[in-house]
Design a protein around this ligand. Structure first.
Ligand code: SF4
Length: 301
């Protein structure tokens, strides 16, 4: 641990703060964190936290979820400009238009979305709970936002529902091509390919396992396979390479990296602890409405 990391830990303990990091964060930031998890796990950890000060190392929608579930606590997003291009692809107005077009449909919103969009939705879901959430709804028509790839994955699993897709996607996961998957499978025939459902359906067809970030990590830790191809952001690959030095861990494509997720620096984290950054705040009405969508999701899980 370097001097800056030690300083952060000292101050964190003095101030009784909680530092949470997403798996896609830089390793030096993960090292000063109390917990590392996926977006849903982080929101739940934040909800259970005894500390009054929460620093969420991730992108904006994650810190928003932590704030929505903990309105009384001070929540900080260390890199204020760390957004999510997929979350930015849909506006609340577009949700309203979809509702008008499909009045019988329920709106299911992937957690990778803004608080404003969550506030216009009926229920949220994560990549691991999407199928369960959609099945739990009485509506035959489901508007699934914003990720068309995750929505298609769910639609395939539940053919009895009419899933109305929105044309959003994670540009990082969507950039993986079927050729990337095929060439890796050909080059490493013994390797198991683990893919996130934010990837395109044609890529998922080559997968030996499809799951959320946490599920991929879990599967990789339990499998006997000696060679693994990771089909999600490089943070997962870094963690597994570190944990399993004897296994051959590969990334499906070299540039599988979310630039927004890598924006958080140790200096940003320290600045939050030193009170030099602004707390995250949300309009009360939006916060209340978004909380309902998130709490409905938690109740189904
Ligand atoms: S990896 Fe994709 S979904 Fe996740 S924060 Fe980056 S752009 Fe958004």
């Amino acid at each position: 641990m370097n001097e800056l990391q030690k300083k952060i830990i000292d101050l964190k303990n003095k101030k009784d703060a909680l530092i949470l990091s997403h798996y896609y964060q830089n390793m030096d930031v993960q090292k000063v964190s109390d917990e590392v998890g996926d977006s849903f796990a982080l929101a739940k950890l934040a909800q259970k936290a005894k500390q009054e000060l929460i620093i969420l190392c991730g992108v904006r929608f994650m810190a928003e979820s932590a704030k929505i579930l903990n309105p009384e606590k001070a929540v900080y997003l260390p890199a204020g400009d760390a957004g999510c291009p997929m979350a930015d692809m849909i506006s609340p107005q577009q949700v309203l238009e979809l509702r008008k077009k499909h009045p019988q449909a329920a709106v299911v919103c992937y957690v990778n979305s803004s608080a404003e969009v969550k506030a216009q939705s009926d229920i949220c879901c994560t990549s691991s709970s999407a199928e369960k959430i959609v099945r739990s709804l009485p509506n035959k028509d489901i508007i699934f936002i914003p990720d068309r790839n995750l929505g298609s994955y769910v639609a395939k699993k539940i053919p009895e529902k009419n899933i109305i897709l929105f044309e959003g996607c994670c540009p990082i996961h969507d950039a993986v091509s079927p050729d990337d998957a095929l060439s890796m499978k050909k080059a490493f025939p013994k390797a198991k390919l683990l893919v996130h459902p934010e990837c395109r359906p044609q890529v998922l067809e080559y997968a030996d396992y499809i799951g959320s970030t946490a599920e991929i990590l879990d599967w990789a830790r339990k499998t006997q396979a000696q060679e693994l191809i990771i089909g999600t952001e490089s943070g997962v690959y870094e963690i597994l390479k570190h944990e399993m030095p004897d296994k051959k861990i590969m990334l499906i494509r070299e540039d599988f990296l979310c630039a927004d997720m890598k924006k958080t620096s140790l200096e940003d984290v320290l600045a939050c602890l030193e009170g030099e950054k602004e707390q995250l705040s949300l309009p009360q009405k939006e916060l209340e409405a978004a909380r309902q969508s998130l709490e409905r999701m938690v109740a189904v899980k």
